[in-house]
Design a protein around this ligand. Structure first.
Ligand code: NAD
Length: 261
């Protein structure tokens, strides 16, 4: 399978280039990033690595079957439109697309059409399980808050994973206790109000990668479910699983779970 990477000069994009190059059944045929200096030999040190290109037209020229997008929300939907118009399957890891963005992808990649698109806020298999466990626990607890912790270059907050987790917990239970806070001396101290009123707290910290704690409480007990991505390699098995399956899943697939289970 021929794979193109969008955002190839970025942290995630560079890791995806490396993972694709190392996979015996996949071929890295294009690496695209508008920040790439012209003619840069990028996407890894291997001599077979394609040079980094600035224009998305490199995807069509390389006859890629699948494009993988780890860019920014403001670019990802334009890239998706381009892929849909040029017959390229798409795997999106870029976060911050919002509900309107997901609706747009649904329209661009109809189920009865020839193309597949997988969009997932978190490709780490441990994080997928964390979300599942949080959803299972939700009906048994009265209060829940989410703390997500990321590296200090993350531009969107809260993380897509935190929002997705809160959304699933809210769908699993509507019986959450009222917030006792009457005065918020420091605005924002109680975090952002997520789905179901579940509070989400975002920490941005140099040295971290991607971490999340879901804390649930009931009378006399708490449960903490924590996942740590310690290295960007944690996302790669999930990304490669999506790349391998997307061509046989027409339409939009949201989240990694339908790919894994
Ligand atoms: P980054 O800033 O290191 O890289 C983003 C790259 O995208 C930059 O090099 C930028 O030049 C490039 N870019 C911007 N517009 C582009 C376009 N139109 N075409 C091609 N490239 C373009 O960011 P990062 O840490 O690699 O994260 C990228 C995205 O992935 C973020 O939204 C982040 O939240 C998300 N992310 C998702 C997961 C997941 O599992 N789904 C994991 C980690 C990060």
């Amino acid at each position: 399978m021929r794979v193109a990477v969008l955002g190839a000069a970025g942290r995630m994009g560079a890791s995806v280039c490396e993972a694709v190059r190392e996979a015996p059944d996949l071929q890295l045929v294009a690496a695209v990033d508008p920040l790439a200096p012209p003619g840069t030999a990028g996407s890894g040190s291997s001599p077979e690595a394609p040079p980094l290109r600035r224009e998305i037209s490199a995807v069509a020229e390389s006859e890629a079957d699948v494009a993988v997008d780890f860019t920014v929300a403001s670019s990802a939907l334009d890239n998706a439109e381009w892929c849909a118009a040029h017959g390229v399957h798409l795997v999106i890891g870029t976060t911050g697309l919002g509900d309107a963005g997901i609706d747009r992808l649904d329209a661009l990649f109809p189920r009865q059409g020839p193309l597949g698109c997988v969009v997932a806020a978190n490709f780490a298999i441990g994080a997928v399980l964390m979300m599942r466990f949080a959803e299972m626990a939700a009906p048994w607890f009265d209060t829940a808050e989410i703390v997500e912790l990321h590296h200090d270059a993350k531009v969107d907050a809260p993380s897509g994973t935190a929002l997705a987790t809160a959304g699933r917990m809210a769908a699993a239970s509507a019986q959450w206790g009222a917030d006792p806070t009457e005065t918020e001396v420091l605005p924002g101290a109680r975090g952002g109000l997520g789905p179901g009123g579940i509070r989400v707290h975002s920490v941005r910290m140099r040295g971290m990668v991607a971490h999340q704690e879901v804390i649930l409480g009931a009378s006399g007990q708490t449960l903490t479910i924590r996942h740590d991505s310690l290295d960007r390699r944690s996302f790669m098995p999930g990304v490669l699983a999506a790349v391998r399956k997307v061509t046989s899943r027409p339409g939009l697939t949201v989240g990694l779970e339908p790919i894994l289970f």
